[in-house]
Design a protein around this ligand. Structure first.
Ligand SMILES: Nc1ncnc2c1ncn2[C@@H]1O[C@H](COP(=O)(O)OP(=O)(O)O)[C@@H](O)[C@H]1O
Ligand SMILES: [Mg+2]
Length: 403
């Protein structure tokens, strides 16, 4: 592996695929791309050796044959431990074939029909796994910031906030707002009842279920394989579709998971479960900010008070902000608001109006509000919250770097 750039080799006998990959990657000065005009099954020993000298191997395969599998195993054997193997396959590759490829040592299986931007995005994600951004020379790290979202009661819009806050933190600019300024990952740690996957219309990943069952620490490659990548640029780790025992995750697993994500992303948005399990303490330990979504009714405020007491017990310095859901910011606080502010000893920093039409549109379409209902009051309020978060977190980061 070179220190400065990433060496990538593409094995493909299909000129159309080769041309697309080369257009996708050649403009990046940090990538050195070599192309091997060959099919996998025909690689001789010398070619396999040459392939093994690269950080990342992309290969094209039409239909997975036995010869391919044995060549993949041979390549994997001599490939560096951290090197990545990605298969570009035809649209008719079955799930079984994809599984077979993974079993043989492939890290990712993607469609040969991806656009150039999508190919680049897949490669970039894996390059970040091989070469996480280094720490600054002054010792301060570039670790991403963690924002956790909790709720005082079900149905108040915590998941809606987590999903759309994560989307906003991408901070898109440029033509058609296609360029993202931040790398953001959304993690649904509401492992039993999390709904992020259906909010974004993506398949559930089993990672959190497997961690809960196996008790093992996740590694960077496993995490990367388990993330869903949206067209918007947002990465998502969903809750599993199978019911996992909530208590089974360990603090250590959570610490490893979040720390590895922080290495690769600027912002990690965590959607928390309502139950108070031991590993939540670890999430809070890693968090730079906690948003608690509640309504302003007496029972919900009492519950919020209890949550804040528990959450801040061991994390005195954790900034906790209150988000009032289902209520637009009033011109003046009503008497019951003032009472609630006293009970919580915290201002109501954010307000998210009741907007069932926009909320429903987003859920039905399986899209964030920025696509489903960008002009709605709901979208605007979460945009505002996201904007304030970005400003605050950027200045915090600068302060940390200076000191
Ligand atoms: N501000 C809002 N106004 C109206 N409906 C909302 C609002 N926020 C969320 N919803 C809807 O309410 C339901 C529960 O929202 P969700 O975000 O899953 O809440 P929670 O995670 O707090 O349980 C969803 O159908 C969602 O679309
Ligand atoms: Mg929820």
């Amino acid at each position: 592996m070179t220190n400065t750039g990433t060496s990538i080799i593409l094995i493909s006998g299909d000129t159309r695929v080769s041309a697309a990959v080369s257009r996708a990657l050649n403009a990046d000065p940090h990538i050195a791309l070599k192309q091997l005009d060959a099919t996998l099954a025909r690689l001789n020993g010398t070619a396999v050796q040459l392939v093994q000298e690269h950080d990342l191997v992309l290969f094209h395969t039409d239909s997975v044959r036995e010869n391919d599998i044995s060549t993949i195993q041979r390549i994997r054997e001599g490939l560096g431990e951290t090197a990545i193997l990605i298969a570009l396959t035809g649209g008719d590759t079955s799930l079984d074939e994809a599984q077979e490829l993974i079993k043989a040592g492939v890290n990712d299986v993607v469609s040969e029909h991806l656009s150039e931007t999508e190919i680049k995005a897949v490669v970039d994600r894996w390059v970040r796994v091989i070469k996480p951004e280094p720490s600054h020379g002054d010792g301060s790290s570039r670790k991403g910031q963690v924002i956790s979202v909790a709720q005082s009661r079900g149905g108040i819009g915590a998941t809606t906030l987590a999903v759309n806050l994560a989307d906003r933190l991408l901070d898109r600019t440029g033509f058609l707002k296609k360029t993202t300024q931040n790398r953001v990952v959304l993690v649904d740690l509401d492992i039993q009842f999390g709904t992020v996957a259906s909010f974004l219309d993506i398949d559930s990943s089993d990672l959190l279920y497997r961690l809960a069952i196996d008790g093992e620490d996740p590694d960077a490659v496993l995490i990367q394989q388990s993330l869903s990548a949206l067209d918007s640029g947002l990465s998502v780790l969903t809750a599993p579709s199978r019911m996992a025992p909530l208590e089974a995750l360990s603090k250590c697993q959570i610490a490893t998971l979040l720390s590895l994500l922080q290495e690769n992303y600027d912002y990690v948005v965590v959607s928390l479960p309502r139950s108070l399990v031991a590993w939540i303490a670890q999430v809070l330990e890693c968090s730079d900010k906690l948003l608690v979504v509640t309504d302003s009714s007496v029972p919900a405020i009492r519950q919020t008070r209890r949550l804040i007491d528990v959450y801040s017990e061991d994390h005195l310095n954790l900034p906790i902000e209150i988000v009032i859901g289902h209520e637009a910011k009033p011109m003046f606080l009503a008497a019951h608001h003032k009472e609630a502010v006293k009970v919580l000893d915290k201002v109501f920093q954010h307000w998210i109006p009741y907007d069932p039409v926009a909320a429903r549109e987003a859920v039905d379409r399986g899209q964030p509000l920025s696509l489903a209902a960008p002009k709605s009051r709901l979208a605007k309020s979460i945009n505002q919250l996201g904007k304030e978060t970005l400003i605050e977190m950027k200045s915090e980061k600068q302060t940390k770097t200076i000191h």
